[in-house]
Design a protein around this ligand. Structure first.
Ligand code: NAD
Length: 501
């Protein structure tokens, strides 16, 4: 296993070129500097990674025009040609997986043990949608007595993809790959806290033969480049992953140009542990789904709902394990939790420690900073919480778990559904009938029974309530990136009314 020192040396080699040039935008296949720059710093020690070209309204305009100009040829390219290019992109991601993972860990604070696989999952996303590209335009034949209706799908046009800073590489591929497979061209605005791997992805796509203008990269702030992208008349749709309140701003910003929007937003996902569950497996899953990826994960189970008959026992097991989670340098292969992305996020997460204590919940583990450099905190657990507390209602988005006890199924359901969000739910029980009944009534887009979050790419991914609009995955992605067209052919001489005859 590669050690920390080797990882750091390899990372240094990869970052050297960015120290000279900065992280540039990529528009119409060409590097573009900005008039101004912003800085990207590592959450490990706040050292400068590189300066980043600041995209403005004018930069977005240039990128949108490039995407518009490239659209007709890309949309007309036969699906099997798009498929071949997307597979080449996946090949190059795999070839550079280590570089991508090292950069992602350093830029975001995510632990190597998870990021080393995230790059490969990004390649997997490209392969999955590459294989669907030849059939993307397929439609249905819907005959009636008098007409043959034939439907087909057409790429909607240039689209904007706006991504957050949590596992940014994997998430970007999850949005960009289906857009390209559908025949859309893209302007990508990555999160300002994590620009590094978006640049690598854009480079890889061009190296793999993606024509200029098909994928354009514009770095910048949400209220600058992000807003301009959502308002641009040439951009037909916005695929957005981020906070619920940003989603609502984007919907307003896109109103004048009638943007189609797809939102993957926040969550306050419950994991419900009934007293008949396999408690050892449930424990592993509860811990994994809130403390892996630093808890900076939309699908994390940030609310534990545990039946009161087993609560003491389960909490004891939980505290013992949480206290042993290894917090450390993200590039150390032994590390399980790395630093939070940025000071502003660290301040937000740690503010909930005061909030939880102020609300009268019990701080059962963690709640303290680790070291005095970088944004490390101990994995945190609050017990004795009530559902109406802020720590049980608001998305903290860190290694921060709130535990609430329940008496019976009805109460568990009321608590589980009692937030504004509805992204995922996790149910642990050995009673199959209860699992089916509970799953039916749980308000969430995705539910796992006796399992942690295990993705299967053809299944629909997305949330209800404040957690999102629309679904990704399989054909659902194409529904967003494509328009439906119906052509009706008359089969003979059906009666046409003869006005004025
Ligand atoms: P964020 O909403 O602050 O930012 C996301 C992106 O939106 C960034 O690129 C940002 O620059 C841009 N942005 C901000 N304001 C904008 C505006 N007015 N117009 C256009 N763009 C704007 O989110 P974040 O803090 O980067 O990410 C964390 C959030 O993302 C959490 O709420 C998390 O749950 C959510 N998330 C959801 C999913 C999902 O699938 N549901 C997946 C990952 C993350």
């Amino acid at each position: 296993m590669t050690d920390l020192a080797t990882h750091l040396a390899n990372l240094d080699g990869h970052l050297a070129r960015f120290r000279d040039t900065g992280i540039l935008n990529l528009i119409d296949g060409k590097d573009v500097t900005g008039d101004d720059w912003f800085e990207s710093r590592s959450p490990v020690d706040e050292s400068l990674i590189a300066r980043v070209a600041l995209g403005t309204e004018a930069t977005v305009d240039a990128a949108a025009k490039a995407a518009k100009a490239a659209f007709p040829a890309w949309a007309a390219l036969p699906g099997d040609r798009r498929k071949a290019i997307l597979h080449r992109i996946a090949d190059l991601i795999e070839a550079r997986a280590e570089e991508i993972a090292l950069c992602e860990c350093w830029d975001t604070g995510q632990a190597w043990r998870f990021m080393s696989k995230a790059a490969l999952r990004g390649a997997g996303n490209f392969r999955f949608f590459a294989d669907l590209a030849p059939g993307a335009r397929d439609g249905k034949s819907l005959p009636t007595k008098d007409h043959l209706n034939v439907t087909s799908r057409h790429p909607i046009g240039p689209v904007g993809v706006i991504t957050p800073w949590n596992t940014p590489f994997m998430l970007s591929t999850w949005k960009i790959a289906p857009a390209l497979a559908a025949g859309c061209t893209v302007v990508h605005k990555p999160a300002e806290f994590s620009p590094l791997t978006a640049r690598l992805l854009a480079e890889i796509c061009h190296e793999a033969g993606l024509p200029p203008g098909v994928l354009n990269l514009v770095n910048g702030m949400g209220e600058g480049a992000g807003k301009a992208l959502t308002e641009h008349p040439d951009i037909k749709a916005i695929a957005f992953v981020g906070e619920s309140r940003t989603g609502s701003m984007i919907m307003k910003q896109g109103a004048d140009t009638l943007k189609r929007v797809h939102f993957e937003l926040g969550g306050k996902n419950p994991v419900i542990v009934f007293d008949d569950a396999d408690l050892d497996r449930a424990l592993d899953a509860v811990i994994f789904m809130i403390y892996s990826l630093n808890g900076e994960r939309c699908t994390s189970s940030s609310r534990l709902l545990v039946q009161e008959t087993i609560a003491d026992r389960f909490h004891k097991m939980l505290v013992a394990r949480v206290n042993k989670i290894r917090v450390g340098h993200p590039l150390d292969p032994a590390t399980e939790v790395g630093p939070l992305i940025h000071k502003t996020h660290f301040d937000k997460v740690t503010s909930y420690i005061d909030i939880g204590q102020g609300e009268g919940a019990t701080l059962a583990a963690g709640g303290i900073r680790v070291g005095d450099k970088g944004w490390f905190i101990r994995p945190t657990l609050f017990t004795n919480a009530r559902s109406d507390m802020r720590i049980a209602q608001e998305e903290v988005f860190g290694p921060f778990l709130t535990s609430i006890t329940f008496r019976d199924e009805e109460e568990a359901l009321a608590i589980a559904n009692g937030t504004a969000y509805g992204l995922t739910g996790y149910v642990w029980t050995s009673d199959l009938t209860r699992a089916l009944r509970f799953g039916e009534r749980l308000e969430a887009g995705m539910i796992w029974v006796n399992s942690e979050n295990v993705r299967h790419l053809p299944t629909p991914f997305g949330g209800v309530k404040a957690s999102g609009i629309g679904r990704d995955g399989g054909d659902w992605s194409f529904e967003f990136y494509m328009e439906q067209k119906n052509v009706a052919f008359a089969l003979g001489h059906h009666k046409i009314q003869r006005l004025g005859a």
